[in-house]
Design a protein around this ligand. Structure first.
Ligand SMILES: CC(C)(COP(=O)(O)OP(=O)(O)OC[C@H]1O[C@@H](n2cnc3c(N)ncnc32)[C@H](O)[C@@H]1OP(=O)(O)O)[C@@H](O)C(=O)NCCC(=O)NCCS
Length: 175
């Protein structure tokens, strides 16, 4: 993709559809994206397809960014059913390697937070991110996420054991 021809105004953020699995598979098969997500680049198309089809609408918001008829990013929020974390949801976001740093992640996060405010009673969003994943940390900070914890050397990231940073965002709403 040539950055010159890309127009962020033509990106449409919408809920995921069953037939998006191939494009999501392409995003997640990129080794750099997989490393950042903490997933494996050889994830199977069928696993993604099942994941989309099996997740209950009441437990998950799954949005995609569509550009020129192709899905180039996704953002998800999973409701956490653990009673000790009442009204908390986890967040994950990824953008196709060719379209990163062009505002797509920001569009996805903005819409995801809007959906959470409009359609759920969630009070707190949480996520974990590798401490060296500067792009993701910048994106989350931009939307008001703040670090609340850190686990030392939790997983392999780009060949070395890396810390995990935990970030959260309080969803402001009148109760
Ligand atoms: C993290 C990720 C989703 C960000 O999406 P994106 O579309 O690149 O983000 P945006 O273009 O909206 O940029 C958001 C902010 O991060 C910064 N940023 C993003 N990519 C950057 C880069 N390569 N270099 C420098 N800054 C960058 C921008 O400065 C921007 O802030 P600004 O709008 O104030 O300038 C994307 O990099 C990605 O998919 N990474 C792989 C998967 C991943 O790490 N997911 C999160 C796991 S917890």
């Amino acid at each position: 993709m040539s950055k010159k021809s890309f127009n962020i105004k033509e990106v449409k953020i919408r809920p995921v559809r069953a037939d998006d699995y191939k494009d999501i598979h392409e995003i997640m098969s990129n080794p750099e994206v997989a490393l950042d997500l903490g997933t494996l680049p050889w994830v199977k198309e069928d696993e993604i397809k099942n994941n989309i089809e099996k997740s209950k609408s009441t437990e998950r918001i799954h949005l995609v960014a569509e550009y020129g008829g192709k899905v180039i990013g996704f953002a998800s929020s999973y409701y956490d059913q653990d009673f000790s974390r009442f009204l908390t949801a986890d967040v994950a976001v990824a953008v196709h390697r060719d379209y990163q740093n062009s505002g797509v992640g920001s569009c996805l996060m903005e819409k995801l937070i809007q959906y959470i405010k409009d359609f759920t009673a969630i009070l707190r969003l949480e996520l974990g991110v590798f401490a060296d994943n500067e792009n993701a940390i910048k994106l989350y900070k931009k939307f008001g996420f703040r670090q609340y914890g850190r686990d030392k050397m939790v997983g392999l990231y780009k060949g070395k054991m890396e810390d995990h940073i935990f970030m959260s965002l309080h969803i402001d709403r009148k109760l």
